[in-house]
Design a protein around this ligand. Structure first.
Ligand code: ADP
Ligand code: MG
Length: 707
């Protein structure tokens, strides 16, 4: 009889030939049903006919060798520690394996007379080919040409050989697996059916079969995620009532005409897309992506004013107090002198009311603010999470802009949506501070529409980035700072990143400041900024830097976002290898804001191959989207989909890097399936593998800012 995944989920693994001890191990791994077992995919497939021969393998190279275990010995070193030695033979030569740790475990993998695949570097030791601590995959007595290698568990003593046996048994005892995906979908992308895919991935005869199977299983994973996201998006649109904003006011137009520069084409497009959304009676749910300096703030303010001109209010939420304050100052400056028609006012108009609400707002001020908010005297409220506290009541919230979504949870988004007037739901615009690769955006923010600012305002000269690998280049960095200051420009120095504590970070900034003032930058006017500088003093320092009374600002990453001093033309980032790509790119965005040629020095030898890649990428490219792709390549999608994936994570095979094009295809199909009605069995699968309320599908993009 044909079966679906749901049926497999009801079959306990104990139906298979599993010993009680192994069953315990499986339970600990979270594998309790036959479905769990079948979704425990091989991590690679070994082609028996295509392995290195021991006798021919080059010394000092990493190879996979398939050989039979001849002899295994536990031995004791002179220091009295046990270690394990094994001799393998593959017909072409002998290989010695040595293990100093987990001796017991390796002994159990290396049963004499059985076949094993080992992966590692071959060295010559005592005149013999040797591998120390290779990866060992027991192949057992499987004779197939292609051997699937399963992730094994050292702790639970479960080997790839165990998994292979159980899965083989399970598939033999299942007649046929149903396919819930309609035939026309499979036809469009030439995908094999599910039964074929499962069988050929676990028990393949050729590598072509493996590849075809993988394609199908990857598609299934991505399709399920997209279906959940698309369904959520569509249901939200269907069930909630939004505000149909009127676009015919002139406030936004007047705002744009007062700017000292024309909008970029990308800004105009994004504002039009947002306007179209806001005019609809369905709540907007849009993501605004753009590189550092692409002018997202202007777009956000345009959205806020669009609501304001129709008599509604706007909210702008930032993830931190500092950012909220910076937004507040920035938005006020942008709106300076902009007026709004007001019949109650004798002059017939009044300034656009912008206010700030954070945890620092005093109780008295807060009370006053709440009153004006309820009266509608406040047009735009800027703040942190404090904005969505229960007690904050708007007269009519028309649009909420959320800056840097990654630090806001889904619930907070929901709470904000609950702030509309009566039944209506405010429009929501989410801004990310740094670009996210397209496939990641589709996966993490798949329930949003996306606008992209893919163009920088004209007149910017790209920042020249120099990775200062050694002392000579560091000397060059400081002399560049001096030369730029002499030419009337200004500079930033970013102090080493200290994760352990704010206290240490403050100390590192202070030490950097002291030593530069005495040494490399003696004679220049230096300022210091870090997390413990009191707000008042911070403002004084920033003001002095803005006015050009300070030449060099030494700071921690508090300058990461929002600081805008076009006269600054050089930045030196110390210990740059400790920062992540996104953060370095964001920091670098503080220079190159004017027309002057600008420099960014990344000081620090690459501590790891990965940090070398990071610094190299920054040196090569100033394109945030390109850097985001590199970041994804380096760090993998595991980090995107969230680390806290309990139980069934549905992204087992698919890779947002390798399978880029499949993400887009799955999304396309998800929309078509939703419109045609998602087949019932597929809905069951979504409930089974990606239950709603389980935050897996929208686990935050926090990874972008973790270094
Ligand atoms: P983002 O938030 O995307 O990093 P901002 O909104 O802070 O970028 O804008 C960066 C800088 O570019 C600001 O100084 C802003 O005034 C300026 N800017 C924005 N749009 C334009 C434009 N169309 N032409 C020239 N300068 C612009
Ligand atoms: Mg900004």
């Amino acid at each position: 009889m044909s079966k679906g995944l749901g049926d497999l989920a009801t079959l306990p693994v104990s139906r298979l030939k599993v010993t009680p001890k192994k069953l315990e191990g499986l339970t600990e791994l979270g594998i309790s049903s036959v479905l769990d077992l079948l979704l425990h995919y091989p991590r690679r497939h070994l082609d028996r006919t295509n392995q290195a021969a021991i006798g021919a393998a080059a010394v000092n190279e990493e190879v996979t060798v398939l050989a039979r275990v001849r002899r295994v010995n536990s031995r004791r070193s002179r220091a009295g520690k046990f270690f394990l030695e094994a001799d393998l033979f593959d017909g072409s030569g002998y290989l010695k394996l040595v293990f100093f740790n987990a001796v017991h475990y390796y002994r159990s993998l290396l049963a004499e007379g059985t076949e094993v695949a080992v992966f590692g570097r071959i060295e010559m030791s005592g005149g013999r080919r040797t591998m120390k601590h290779p990866v060992v995959d027991p192949v057992g007595d499987r004779t197939a040409r292609i051997v699937p290698i399963y992730p094994q568990s050292e702790k639970q003593h479960l080997t790839t050989w165990d998994f292979g046996r159980w899965i083989d048994e399970a598939l033999r005892r299942i007649d046929h697996l149903d396919d819930p995906v309609p035939g026309w979908v499979l036809d469009r992308f030439a995908l094999v059916d599910r039964d074929t895919a499962m069988r050929s991935f676990h028990l393949p005869e050729t590598m072509q079969e493996v590849n075809a199977a993988r394609k199908r299983l990857v598609f299934d994973e991505l399709l399920r995620i997209q279906l959940v996201l698309v369904r959520r998006k569509k249901e939200l649109e269907r069930t909630s009532k939004g505000i149909a904003h009127v676009l015919d006011g002139d406030l936004v137009g007047r705002f744009h005409r007062r700017l000292p520069f024309p909008l970029t084409r990308a800004q105009r497009d994004a504002i039009r897309e947002i306007g179209d959304d806001m005019a609809k009676p369905v709540p907007m749910h849009r993501l605004l992506q753009g590189d550092v300096g692409s002018g997202k703030t202007l777009v956000a303010v345009s959205a806020l004013l669009l609501a304001v001109q129709g008599g509604h209010q706007g909210a702008l939420m930032a993830p931190t107090e500092v950012l909220a304050e910076q937004h507040y100052l920035g938005v006020r400056a942008l709106l300076e002198g902009l007026t709004l028609a007001d019949d109650n006012n004798l002059f017939g108009d009044r300034p656009v009311g912008v206010e700030l609400l954070t945890n620092r707002t005093t109780a008295a001020e807060r009370t006053r603010l709440m009153q004006s908010l309820a009266d509608g005297d406040v047009d735009i409220l800027i703040g942190t999470h404090a904005l969505i506290q229960e007690k904050v009541a708007f007269r009519s919230l028309g649009v909420a802009v959320i800056d840097e979504q990654h630090r806001f949870g889904v619930e907070q988004r929901a709470a904000l949506r609950g702030k509309g007037e009566g039944e209506t739901v405010p429009d929501v615009l989410v801004m990310t501070a740094t670009p996210i690769p397209r496939t990641a955006a589709m996966t993490v923010y798949g329930d949003l529409d996306v606008s992209v600012l893919d163009e920088l305002p004209p007149g910017r000269t790209p920042v020249t980035t120099i990775w200062a690998r050694g002392p000579l280049e560091e000397v060059e960095a400081w002399s560049r700072v001096r030369a730029e200051v002499e030419a009337g420009h200004q500079a930033y120095v970013v102090a080493p990143l200290i994760d352990e504590s704010e206290k240490l970070e403050v100390r590192s900034a202070q030490e950097t400041y002291d030593s530069l003032r005495e040494g490399e930058l003696a004679g220049l006017r230096l300022g210091l900024l870090h997390g413990r500088v009191p707000a008042k003093e911070k403002e004084v320092v920033m003001e002095a830097f803005r006015n050009g009374d300070i030449d060099v600002l030494v700071a921690t990453t508090v300058i990461e976002v929002g600081v805008d001093v076009p006269n600054a033309s050089v930045m030196v980032i110390l210990d740059a290898d400790r920062f992540g790509i996104a953060q370095l790119h964001q920091l670098r965005g503080r220079v190159g804001r004017g027309a002057a040629v600008s420099w960014c020095y990344l000081v620090g030898a690459g501590a790891t191959p990965e940090s070398e890649e990071r610094l190299g990428a920054l040196e090569r490219s100033t394109d945030g989207f390109e850097l985001a792709e590199v970041d994804l390549d380096l760090r993998g999608e595991g980090t995107i989909m969230g680390v806290h994936q309990k139980g069934r994570n549905d992204l087992r095979l698919a890779s947002l890097r390798r399978d880029r094009e499949w993400v887009a295809r799955a999304r396309e199909i998800a929309f078509e399936l939703y419109d045609a009605g998602i087949p019932e069995h597929l809905v069951d699968e979504l409930d089974l593998l990606l239950p709603e309320g389980d935050e897996e599908a929208d686990a935050g993009a926090e990874f972008l800012f973790k270094s």
